[in-house]
Design a protein around this ligand. Structure first.
Ligand code: BGC
Length: 314
């Protein structure tokens, strides 16, 4: 039997066919194009699942279930999207919507929760019972696993770590609040800060790097820093400062064994994990609130969301 895992993001939707060992057999990605509305988004998702099955030599009969990770608040018991501001969805009965196209169990959950499940079952969190997954992408997602179980909060509205306030009266967030962590420490936040710094530093190496790579992205400041550019390093330092403060807030509340860092920015590896680990250790050492919390890079990379979504329906 195989499962389809779907990871819906602000920019792209990724689908994978997954077997019961959590192994991805084949994937496909396409642009979210949220401006076309949710009906189009999920009709295209259904088409691509069917296409993937066909291309892999399977038919609908082989499909045992579909799991979908959504970048927002989801009532997973009802299969309902409550609010997903980064894809413009509110009160969408998604399991019902998808059951027009498929006659198999359909599970819907929050994207970061899916990634947390994937990492805890098959990745960096294997063998650990208390882990918090943080995804750094268009927004910041959080997946909280306590005593081996996903903690979703009442109605599934918990774990919205990206909307903790890190700067009072700060930048406007899509959710309506000001100064949310994800405005500063997501990939979007990093890109914005990179652009501000570039506007102020005409001589920064970041201009050349952005030109060579077809525009500013989450790597621009890191690449400049690695090449010895001072303004690139300043952007990265400030970014990591915001990232660490948000993690510390979560650490003081939940104190898990580990933070698993996923999403696009996590591919920076040591450049992110080591300074974060150091900042957290110094802080907890000062306060005496030990043991340390391990900071680790997600090991399933971009696949965690797909695998976790499939795991939800398994
Ligand atoms: C949403 C979360 C989501 C995260 C990552 C946030 O803006 O509120 O539900 O997990 O982005 O996509």
């Amino acid at each position: 039997m195989i499962y389809a895992g779907v990871d819906v993001g602000g920019m792209s939707i990724k689908i994978g066919l997954v077997n019961s060992d959590g192994k991805i057999l084949k994937t496909k990605a396409f642009a979210t194009e949220q401006e076309k509305g949710y009906k189009s988004m999920f009709a295209r998702t259904a088409d691509y699942i069917k296409q993937l099955l066909e291309e892999s030599g399977f038919s609908l009969i082989d499909l045992a279930g579909i799991g979908i990770g959504i970048p927002g608040t989801v009532d997973s018991k009802k299969g309902m999207i409550i609010s997903a501001v980064n894809i413009g969805c509110k009160n969408v009965a998604l399991a019902e919507e998808m059951s027009q196209y498929f006659n198999v169990p359909i599970a819907v959950g929050n994207d970061a929760n899916m990634a947390a499940l994937g990492e805890q079952r098959f990745g960096a969190g294997k063998g650990h019972e208390n882990v918090v997954m943080i995804t750094l992408g268009t927004g910041i997602g959080g997946g909280i696993i306590i005593d081996g179980k996903l903690y979703e909060g009442n109605g599934g509205a918990g774990g919205e770590v990206g909307h903790q306030i890190i700067e009072i009266d700060g930048e406007q967030c899509n959710c309506g609040r000001r100064g949310c962590w994800e405005r500063y420490a997501s990939a979007t936040g990093l890109i914005n800060q990179t652009k501000y710094a570039m506007a102020e530093n005409a001589n920064s190496l970041m201009h050349k790097i952005a030109n060579e790579n077809g525009g500013v992205d989450g790597r621009t400041a890191f690449l400049a820093m690695d090449a010895g550019d001072y303004s690139g390093k300043a952007v990265v330092d400030r970014y990591l400062h915001y990232l660490a403060e948000g993690l510390l807030n979560l650490g003081y509340v939940l104190h898990p064994e580990m933070f698993i860092i996923g999403g696009g920015i996590s591919h920076e590896g040591k450049n992110v994990m080591e300074p974060l680990q150091q900042k957290l250790n110094e802080d907890f050492e000062r306060s005496g609130m030990l043991p340390y919390i391990q900071v680790v890079q997600a090991s399933l990379g971009n696949s965690a969301g797909i695998i976790g979504a499939a795991a939800l329906v398994m």
